[in-house]
Design a protein around this ligand. Sequence first.
Ligand SMILES: C[S@@+](CC[C@H](N)C(=O)[O-])C[C@H]1O[C@@H](n2cnc3c(N)ncnc32)[C@H](O)[C@@H]1O
Length: 227
Amino acid sequence: MALEESKILENYFDEIAPNYELMNSLLSLNLDKIWRQRLLKETLKNHPIKVLDIACGTCDILRLFLSKQSGLEIFGLDLSFGMLNQGKLRDKKLNLIRGNGIHTPFSDDCFDAITIAFGFRNMPNYLDFLIEAKRILRPNGKLTILELTQPQNPLLRIGNTIYLKSVLPFISSFFGKNQEAYDYLARSIQAFPNQKEVLNLFSQAKFSKSSYSLNQFGITTQFVGIK
Ligand SMILES: C[S@@+](CC[C@H](N)C(=O)[O-])C[C@H]1O[C@@H](n2cnc3c(N)ncnc32)[C@H](O)[C@@H]1O
């Protein structure tokens, strides 16, 4: 995806921001809550103190972190003012920064953990994102990525394609405002590299370890990289 497409994405997300959380729950049949909890659990295993959630959107993950562990120093970064504003409406005290995930304003080695849920797919360049995340993680710090992927089983893959091409546009046209944004969502999931290709990118970004685990047979995947 070219960098200028980030501008188009920013507009998409500004438009869908007010309905975003409702649409998320509907389109994922509420499974997104379970997947986010897994991401949280994985991140908190290492007892981080300073955490950054990139592409934080309406700040769901930030609120979850704060409800689970007190004393966390947590920051959210996102490209869309519309999404960040929805987050601020819920909690005025959140530390939010408007910015691009591939070029953040943070210094080297400053976070114990970085998370990104359903935002990696949107980055203008996946490798650039991983290199930037690694730069701002402290040594041994952990990056956890939750992303929509394609199931590996061929039958489930067909089912998922039907869902993305028929059910998703139908539901989103009924509830969502911006049809184009949801068309983009379906296209971007299908264009996303498979799990092994993503691990290859972690290696190219020079993470010392990386792994992945599937959620619901690969409808989503959680990737973990250690600096
Ligand atoms: C599908 S939403 C996910 C939001 C949130 N993480 C969640 O779990 O609900 C994707 C988010 O990525 C943000 N985004 C897209 N491109 C970005 C970029 N290059 N840098 C930072 N954020 C970006 C969008 O503005 C949007 O809020």
